[in-house]
Design a protein around this ligand. Structure first.
Ligand code: OSB
Ligand code: MG
Length: 369
C-alpha cells in the first residue's frame, strides 16, 4: 500500500435543519475529508468526525489538522504498511486523538479494499447484505414538532427512534411519544446531561419501555454508570466514554452498560471498532453503529462496519437526504423501509463526487514525501 500523496480538505456543508442535543446545536457539517492516493493510482477516502467545536469530545477540526499534518501523516508517509491493521501500532506513540487517527486509517482501509477490488464491508469481515437503521431526533422547539418528526420517520420505515433528552425535555416528551406510538422501538440519548443525583428521574424512564438510555452520565465516566445501571431496569448504552477496546472491557467488567454504541471516529478507526465488536460478541453485549452527522463518505464507512454480525441493533446511519440537499457521494446513502443495502462495488461503495466536493471545499493541502 505505497502512498503517492495525501490530500486534506476542509469541507463545509449546510444542514437542512439544525441538530440540537443537550450540549450543542449544529447548523452546518464542517469536517476534514481525507483522500489517500496510492502509487497504484487508486484513492481511498474517509471523513474525520471532529467538528469545529469540542462539545462532543475534546478533538476539533483544527486539532485534527495539526495532529494529522505534524504527526500522523509523516508517520504514514515514512513507514509503508501492507495492511491497515498495522496502523494501530504505528500510531500508538501518539496519545489519544482517535478521530484524527480514524480518518487516516479509514482512508487506508478504503484504498486497501479498492486495491483488492472488494467491498470494504467484506474486507472487514461483514456478512450482512442489508442493515437496519434508525434515526436520531434532536431536541425540538415543541412536543408537537417532535411528535410530527417521530410520525414521519416511522412512516418512512425507520427501525427505531432515538430521542435526545435532557432534564426538562425527558419524561413529558417520552410519555407523549409512547402514548402516540406504543409499539415502536424507542430509546433516549442524554449526551451526559444527568448526574447520579438524578437517579430517581432516570428510574422513571423505566416505565417507557426504552431499548436503552445512551450516556446519561458524565462523558468520561464508567463508575457512576455502573452504580446507575444497578438501580434501573432500562439497559444503559455507552457512547462518549468508550474510546478503546480496553475501555469496553472495563465497562463490561464493571457492569457500566449492557450495550455499546460504536463510532468509528471516537474509537480510533475500523480496526478498533472490530476489536470492540468482537469483545462485545464474546460477552453477549450487542453493539450498534452511532452517527456524527456524517456526509456520504463517513456514512459509507458506517454502513460497511455495520455489516459485521454483532451489530444487532439498528444504528444512527440514516439517509443523506435527512441532512443535506446534495451529498458528496454518488449515489447518496438511501434508506428503504428502514434498511440500507450494503454495496457490492470495491471500497466504500459510494463514490466521492469530485465536483461537489470541490464546490464545498474551503481549503486543501497536499502532502507527499
Ligand atoms: O451522541 O450520538 C450522539 C450527533 C453528533 C454528536 C453526537 C451524537 C450525534 C447523534 C446524531 O446522535 C446521529 C446522526 O444522525 O448522525
Ligand atoms: Mg450519543
Amino acid at each position: 500500500m505505497e502512498i503517492q500523496h495525501i490530500i486534506l480538505r476542509h469541507v463545509k456543508m449546510e444542514l437542512l435543519e439544525p441538530f440540537k442535543t443537550s450540549v450543542f446545536t449544529e447548523t452546518h457539517k464542517e469536517f476534514i475529508l481525507v483522500e489517500i492516493q496510492g502509487k497504484n493510482g487508486l484513492s481511498g477516502w474517509a471523513e474525520s468526525v471532529a467538528s469545529p467545536e469540542p462539545y462532543y469530545k475534546e478533538e476539533t477540526l483544527k486539532t485534527n489538522w495539526h495532529i494529522m499534518e505534524d504527526f500522523l501523516i509523516p508517520l504514514l508517509l515514512q513507514n509503508p504498511v501492507s495492511h491497515p491493521e498495522q496502523l494501530k501500532k504505528l500510531f500508538e506513540p501518539i496519545r489519544g486523538n482517535t478521530m484524527a487517527k480514524a480518518a487516516l486509517e479509514g482512508a487506508m482501509w478504503d484504498l486497501y479494499a479498492r486495491t483488492l477490488e472488494q467491498p470494504l464491508a467484506k474486507v472487514l469481515g461483514g456478512t450482512k447484505e442489508k442493515i437496519d437503521v434508525g434515526v436520531s431526533l434532536g431536541i425540538k422547539d415543541s412536543e408537537t414538532e417532535l411528535l410530527k418528526a417521530v410520525e414521519k420517520h416511522c412512516e418512512e420505515g425507520y427501525k427505531r427512534i432515538k430521542l435526545k433528552v435532557k432534564p426538562g425535555w425527558d419524561l413529558d416528551i417520552l410519555k407523549a411519544v409512547r402514548k402516540h406510538f406504543p409499539d415502536i422501538s424507542l430509546m433516549a440519548d442524554a449526551n451526559s446531561a444527568y448526574t447520579l443525583a438524578d437517579t430517581d428521574r432516570l428510574k422513571a424512564f423505566d416505565e417507557f419501555n426504552l431499548t436503552m438510555i445512551e450516556q446519561p452520565l458524565a462523558y468520561d465516566d464508567i463508575i457512576d454508570h455502573a452504580k446507575l445501571q444497578r438501580q434501573i431496569e432500562t439497559p444503559l448504552c455507552l457512547d462518549e466514554s468508550i474510546y478503546t477496546v480496553e475501555d469496553a472491557r472495563h465497562a463490561i467488567e464493571l457492569g457500566s452498560c449492557k450495550i455499546i454504541n460504536i463510532k468509528i471516529g471516537r474509537v480510533g478507526g475500523l480496526h478498533e471498532s472490530k476489536l470492540i465488536h468482537d469483545l462485545c460478541k464474546v460477552h453477549g453485549v450487542p453493539v450498534w453503529c452511532g452517527g456524527m452527522l456524517e456526509a456520504g463518505v463517513g456514512r459509507a464507512h458506517n454502513v460497511a462496519i455495520t455489516a459485521l454480525d454483532n451489530f444487532t441493533l439498528p444504528g444512527d446511519t440514516s439517509a443523506s437526504s435527512r441532512y443535506f440537499d446534495a451529498d458528496i457521494t454518488d449515489p447518496a446513502i438511501t434508506v428503504e423501509n428502514g434498511t440500507i443495502t450494503i454495496p457490492q462495488t470495491p471500497g466504500i461503495g459510494f463514490e466521492p463526487n469530485r465536483k461537489r466536493i470541490e464546490e464545498r471545499t474551503y481549503y486543501s493541502k497536499l502532502y507527499k514525501l
